[in-house]
Design a protein around this ligand. Structure first.
Ligand SMILES: Nc1ncnc2c1ncn2[C@@H]1O[C@H](COP(=O)(O)OP(=O)(O)O)[C@@H](O)[C@H]1O
Ligand SMILES: [Mg+2]
Length: 238
């Protein structure tokens, strides 16, 4: 199955208000794409559409040659997701939470190996309710990649992580990319996006501005890049 993500002319409304307006987007195998936008710009809404958790009013989304709204279960088997605040069985350990996820996905795997990929140690015995925000976030990323997805959808993935963990995550995302995994991540943190992704798309005023290659942007704007991007992001308040 081809892990290409294709969005054509998609419009999403909430309460008759256009949140996304005729948005088109494409991600190819092994690309890391950052969706950048102010709070409330519609990043989470966009990611939920990709996962089939929301239905667009107009337009078409094709992932693995499927419409994620119609073939959600099929699509979600091949997709790792971290959206909103991750939900866990709080009274169970991190280990057990991943165990449940893998059994739901029908996959057998060494869970300690999964925890090691995100450098998470000592959570085998600890119930999730007693874990720090950063640990929960790592656990959520571990769970999202545990069933060997071909596409990873990450909403504000560095939430709650300390600088060491942020560095570890960057390395992990690059390793996953080298394995051919497509990563689409949303963030309002400019630096994070600039350090991690190959391409960025800016969401502002309901429009998704076309994908731009980071290397080319850095070459073009140099140390003015941040202010250029902030200007591009601006004015998305409705
Ligand atoms: N389920 C919903 N019902 C109504 N409005 C919503 C819903 N989800 C999000 N919105 C609104 O859509 C806009 C975009 O939200 P969101 O996608 O969460 O933005 P971001 O992730 O960029 O901060 C916001 O104005 C938010 O209040
Ligand atoms: Mg959001």
């Amino acid at each position: 199955m081809e892990n290409r993500v294709c969005v054509v002319n998609v419009t999403k409304e909430f309460d008759q208000k256009n949140i996304l307006s005729h948005v088109s987007f494409e991600a190819k195998e092994g690309e890391i794409i950052g969706i950048l936008g102010e709070n409330g710009a519609g990043k989470t809404t966009f990611l939920k559409l990709l996962c089939g958790l929301l239905k667009p009013e107009e337009g078409e989304i094709v992932i693995f040659n499927q419409n994620p709204w119609i073939a959600r279960d099929k699509v979600l088997k091949e997709m790792g997701i971290l959206i909103d605040t991750p939900i866990f069985y709080e009274h169970l350990t991190g280990y057990e939470n991943i165990q449940i996820h893998l059994s739901y996905m029908g996959i057998e795997k060494d869970i300690n190996e999964v925890l090691k990929t995100v450098k998470l140690f000592g959570v085998e015995e600890k119930v999730v309710s007693k874990c720090s925000l950063g640990t929960k976030q790592k656990l959520a990323i571990a769970r999202a990649i545990s069933h060997n997805p071909k596409i990873l959808i990450l909403d504000e993935p560095i939430n709650g992580l300390d600088p060491v963990a942020i560095q570890e995550m960057r390395t992990l995302f690059k390793t996953l990319k080298e394995q051919g995994i497509t990563i689409i991540l949303a963030s309002h943190i400019l630096n994070e996006v600039l350090e991690t992704v190959d391409k960025i798309a800016i969401l502002s005023k309901g429009k998704l501005h076309s994908l731009q290659n980071i290397t080319q942007l850095k070459a073009k704007y140099g140390n003015q890049l941040e202010s250029y991007l902030i200007q591009q992001m601006g004015g998305s308040k409705r």
